[in-house]
Design a protein around this ligand. Structure first.
Ligand code: G4F
Length: 337
């Protein structure tokens, strides 16, 4: 199936938004691409492997559990990757308030198992950890850069700080080529429906299709730095091509409130969000991250990475894609006044 001389990449979380874009990107670069998936995904490919449909025959999937070191070790030993991208996690912040224990267990132990397997089996393998701007949490400064102190506001954020520190420790203690990406929010038509951007754009499509007349949302005043996921996975790859491992903020340098996103998404479809959006106190978080705004100067300088998709183009792409999924004409307006 694969030529002998190809570089091998192993991706955990390959079935997700970022994993699927990264797999496509690496195939385009000539990599032999392997992915770690849960056994249930292999047994239910129609639903769980949907994002990989276009490339399914060109990648190799391995069943393993992030809760089992033995299963991770076995996959790493079978594949012997040159580059390992650890993206898998319980990544929905809200859920981490409902089940703190499983978020901490899966995210911290899973990262530790991946690092230990790489160190024990293929110590020359380059390692990427998917850190998050949620690590900044109640940030002390705006914008946030690689030197900003972490103050996570959820067990999700805490688990990402632990993964970040584990990766840094493996770099310093064992000489692993391990890099941390501190990725700010990144979206696309492949985003899961539970995240606010996709919830909004799919909600707009449902209204346009006449299937719904209300969208319940929580805190509209939170500010996020939203970029396009397809571009953020390129930064992951660039980090592993550097001679020295390092930590990088990946962000657009622009921040918008959830309200601005909602207003634009409904506005692009010729609708006023005030006619459809209903506040739901249940959707507010016990501890909110109010403002995220990233300074990606280091990535620009050292990796030559910059974001290309602006806020309006991102929202437009997502609204159009969700309308198409419901078989309705998006009728997206050229510009919102
Ligand atoms: O879309 P969200 O759920 O993303 P959040 O919490 O910012 O986390 C995402 O980005 C992180 C990077 O910074 C990743 F590490 C993480 O894995 C994930 O990808 O919520 C965005 C904002 C929050 O302030 C939330 O309170 O939207 C607000 N919000 C308001 N109403 C809502 C809703 N969020 C969701 N999910 N659903 C709502 O109805």
């Amino acid at each position: 199936m694969f030529a002998m001389s190809q570089s091998k990449a192993l991706i955990s979380g390959i079935t997700g938004q970022d994993g699927s874009y990264l797999a496509e990107f690496l195939l385009g670069k000539g990599y032999e691409v392997h992915g770690i998936v849960r056994r249930v995904a292999i047994e239910d490919p129609e639903h769980r492997l949907a994002r990989l449909d276009a490339i399914r025959s060109r990648i190799k999937l391995h069943a393993a559990s992030l809760e089992s070191y033995a299963s991770i070790h076995q996959v790493v030993a079978n594949v012997r990757p040159d580059e390992c991208y650890h993206l898998a996690a319980q990544s929905f912040v809200s859920y981490s308030f409902d089940d703190e224990f499983s978020t901490l267990n899966a995210n911290i132990n899973g990262t530790h198992y991946m690092l230990a397997a790489v160190k024990n089996v293929v110590p020359q393998c380059r390692f990427y950890f998917a850190g998050s701007s949620e690590m900044f949490g109640k940030a002390e400064e705006v914008p946030q850069n690689e030197r900003t102190r972490f103050h996570p506001r959820s067990t999700y954020g805490i688990s990402k700080v632990a993964g970040f520190e584990l990766t840094r420790n493996y770099r310093e203690a064992y000489g692993l080529h391990g890099s941390n990406g501190i990725l700010f929010n990144h979206e696309s038509p492949r985003r899961g429906y539970e995240f606010v951007t996709r919830k909004i754009t799919s909600g707009v499509a449902r209204v346009v299709a006449g299937r719904s007349s209300e969208l319940r949302l929580g805190n509209l005043d939170a500010k996020r730095d939203w970029g396009h996921a397809r571009e953020y996975v390129e930064a992951m790859w660039l980090m592993l091509q550097q001679e020295q491992p390092d930590d990088y903020v990946i962000a657009t340098g622009e921040t918008h409130t959830v309200r601005e996103f909602v207003e634009l998404a409904f506005g692009l479809a010729g609708l006023n969000y005030r006619d459809y959006v209903a506040p739901d106190p249940e959707l507010f978080r016990p501890a909110e991250v109010n403002v995220l705004l990233g300074d990606a100067s280091r990535a620009k300088e050292k990796l030559g990475w910059s974001p290309r998709t602006g806020f309006e183009a991102l929202v437009r792409e997502m609204v159009e894609a969700d309308c198409r999924l419901l078989g309705v004409e998006p009728k997206v307006r050229a510009r919102v006044g």
